[in-house]
Design a protein around this ligand. Sequence first.
Ligand code: PRT
Ligand code: ZN
Length: 283
Amino acid sequence: MLRVAIQKSGRLSEDSLQLIKNCGISYPKMKARLKTEAYNFPMELLYLRDDDIPQYVADGVADIGIVGENELLEKDKDVDLIEHLGFSKCRLSIAVPRDMDFQSLEQLNGSSIATSYPVILKNFLREKEIKCQIHEISGSVEIAPSIGLAGAICDLVSTGSTLLSNGLKEVATVMRSEAVLVANPNLSEEKKSLMDKLLFRIQTVNRAKQYKYVLLNAPNNRLQDIIDVLPGMKSPTVLPLAVDGWSSVHSVVQENQFWEIIDELRDMGAEGILIVPIEKMIL
Ligand code: PRT
Ligand code: ZN
């Protein structure tokens, strides 16, 4: 049985559970429990605080876990980073009071910075050759400058609205972070093969999210031009329409490329364009 550590409640929990569900794995929904066993995969879910996940995985109490990269780097435990999962994206940034005339990081020399990430911040400042006092606090970091505890802060930012509402502005990105899958480096062969099975499913689900299935009707005299901008996995599928001179073209396109090529497709005479989400994608 593979023991998987996920956050009990917080910003990572919902997406972690959704990912497991999208992998076709079902489990009892009992919020109050600290441990549940999946129904259709040899896997046990351990519900923990995110801060504890790197340690539990390093100790082998859990075999694998889902945690933010920021927590992983801060705790610096002996675990392997297996896969970036693409959710809970944020950045760890340095912010200063909005009215400060900020030109460069050197201005922070001799000041103090409040943070919950002293290890990451210390390494960053050392690399930039900046000497600051680091105030470690465990929460509500954003209020530190306004109560006179520190001149600047280093905290996680996603939309930036918390900084804004506390009169702060972001001046440097220390690291970018997202949820990652981590594993104990000494898994048995059996557990490793279970993890690989789960990883295959995760990659299949996550890859599908980046792509869309595209169907369109193309005039035959522009078919080759349309095929050229719609590469597809091997090549697009082309089927004749019941009406003369037209074909139906099916292909797979990266979501972020789609908006770039849509105008080109329409200019080439493509009509009846349908964009359909893909649930699973195996290359
Ligand atoms: O109870 P437990 O210890 O398990 O949870 P926690 O309270 O320590 O962590 P939680 O649930 O807040 O965050 C878990 C993980 O989510 C973090 O380690 C990050 O990897 C990731 N994550 C993504 C974030 C954010 N985005 C985020 N915006 N974690 C925290 N924030 C906070 C930030 O600290 C700040 O207070 O949200 C505020 C800023 O948000 P914006 O949108 O206003 O910029
Ligand atoms: Zn935490």
